[in-house]
Design a binder for this molecule. Structure first.
Ligand code: CTP
Length: 486
């Protein structure tokens, strides 16, 4: 072919075998897409996409029986694709096509085409490279100068960008995702076309959008992606709450910080300390309640009172709209958003045992993640200040450890349950039961009594007296319990 390039040394056993099977069957085939791109970038990939001239499913059905260790063949008739496993490698086979390469399209793909037809309907030049599996095994085909773009670190569409994005508007987000993961620039025309076509993102399913967004969040430096999303106008469409934070207001010569830039900086900070997607989401959204709580107070300046509470309240609606999970993952993000100011408040005040106990109680097993978030939240440009805060955080961590060892608060359940209170005093479920329970919990957290059954029981009796209640049974009396237990 006219666009042949150098040879690549392919040692992958499965590709050597597939190549010889294809040659035996006299079928033309090529490795394309991410595997080729990653190979040239020196990265390993366990996903291999193969294009054949002919019907992908039929070819896969011929290959699998001839390839020892190949198993789990699955065919997707609508997309004309077949997938199978070879050891831990996933191989996807598809026939070359004239139409755009669209996953999740409801339209069946029928029109067969040449390799060049197929490559030109792909998303970016760096993904439109092919490695021959034919007689010239290993030959690299590069019709759109993808190698040059890889070298120059450029994301560019093979066709006019309007056409490529019209074929599948999700590609606008893919451009930004690849730019973030690979630290590449988006070429000017391609970038402008994203800005021009941004509204078309509305026809893409939320599930596909969130897949790309999660990949951006999981990159080494996610802020690259969020700046691109914001500057192209996509962020306003997919996550308006975050985009709304990109402003700085000035009153009486006093300004507040740009909370969008701050949030993505916090995300970058936490990204260097965790691969937990949900902790990264919490970092991104920790100040999401700020725009709605912003006030200017004479003599005080800008305030955002209660933004952590409002922010936590916004999470379920936001997760629902984005089609993020509404389970314990969401609750975890909500909790971290709600508590994100607490460690810093501990640093600013005198670190008392009871404040530490309360924080441990509320954060439970997520305390370490909360500390990571609080540390990532320090984005001051004043290095002295940053150093001071981080040193103070060290002290808080030490205190957390000491208190936890002493009082075991992390997974603490108050020793007196509602049932015990109801049965002991012969009362039905009521506000009094909750009040007594809370008062016992508070007394333990404040260090007024120890975290044990006997002291809690005695306090319960004392508190009950205030409500003129007296025990109707001794069933739960501590000595009684001991006797029963022996
Ligand atoms: N592709 C495309 N348009 C899309 C999705 C995919 O043109 N909307 C093409 C690209 O050539 C891409 C190939 O299909 O390289 C495989 O897609 P996918 O597996 O989603 O991406 P990879 O490039 O393999 O990258 P990654 O695995 O990192 O997502």
């Amino acid at each position: 072919m006219k666009f042949a390039m150098d040879n690549l040394e392919i040692k992958e056993e499965v590709l050597i075998k597939i190549s010889s099977i294809l040659q035996e069957l006299e079928i033309e085939g090529y490795v394309i897409g991410g595997y080729v791109r990653d190979k040239i970038l020196g990265k390993e990939s366990k996903d291999i996409d193969i294009v054949v001239l002919g019907k992908g499913i039929d070819v896969a059905k011929k290959i699998v029986p001839r390839l020892p260790s190949a198993h789990s063949l699955v065919v997707y008739k609508n997309f004309g694709t077949a997938m199978f496993l070879y050891k831990d490698i996933q191989i996807e086979l598809v026939g070359a096509r004239k139409e755009s390469y669209k996953r999740n399209s409801r339209k069946p793909i029928v029109e067969e085409g040449s390799l060049e037809d197929d490559l030109m309907r792909r998303d970016f030049t760096i993904n439109a490279l092919a490695i021959s599996l034919n007689k010239d095994f290993g030959r690299l085909l590069d019709p759109f100068n993808g190698i040059k773009d890889l070298k120059d670190k450029i994301i560019r569409t093979p066709l006019e960008p309007d056409k490529t994005f019209d074929d599948d508007p999700l590609r606008m987000m893919r451009a930004i995702r690849f730019a973030t993961q690979l630290n590449f620039e988006i070429e000017k025309n391609t970038y402008e076309a994203i800005n021009k076509n941004k509204d078309r993102i509305k026809i893409v399913s939320q599930e596909r959008i969130i897949d790309e967004l999660n990949k951006i969040i999981m990159a080494q430096k996610p802020s690259i992606g969020f700046l691109l999303l914001e500057n192209t106008g996509l962020l306003k469409l997919i996550l308006p709450e975050l985009s709304a934070m990109n402003s700085v207001e000035v009153k009486n010569g006093i300004s507040h910080k740009n909370n969008f830039l701050h949030s993505i900086q916090v995300l970058d900070n936490i990204a260097s300390n965790t691969n937990n997607l949900w902790l990264r989401w919490a970092a991104l959204l920790h100040d999401i309640g700020k725009p709605k709580t912003k006030r200017f107070e004479e003599g005080v300046g800008w305030t955002f009172y209660g933004h952590e509470i409002l922010g936590a309240k916004m999470i379920p609606t936001l997760f629902k709209r984005l089609r993020l999970p509404l389970n314990d993952k969401m609750k975890y993000v909500q909790k971290l958003v709600r508590l994100h100011l607490r460690p810093i408040a501990l640093v600013e005040e005198e670190v008392s045992d009871s404040a530490v106990r309360r924080l441990l109680f509320e954060a439970g097993d997520d305390i370490d993640d909360l500390m990571l978030l609080a540390e990532a939240d320090i984005t001051s440009k004043n290095q002295q200040k940053v150093k001071k805060y981080l040193e103070n955080f060290k002290k808080v961590r030490q205190k957390l450890l000491e208190v936890e060892q002493k009082d075991r608060i992390r997974n603490f359940q108050p020793p007196i349950s509602g049932e015990i209170i109801m049965e002991t005093f012969g009362i039905p479920p009521s506000k009094i039961v909750g009040d007594i329970k809370d008062a016992i919990k508070d007394a333990i957290l404040d260090g007024e009594i120890h975290n044990n059954y006997e002291e809690s029981y005695n306090l319960m009796l004392k508190l009950a007296k205030r409500y003129k209640l007296s025990p109707v049974t001794n069933k739960y009396k501590p000595e009684q319990n001991e006797k029963q237990n022996t």
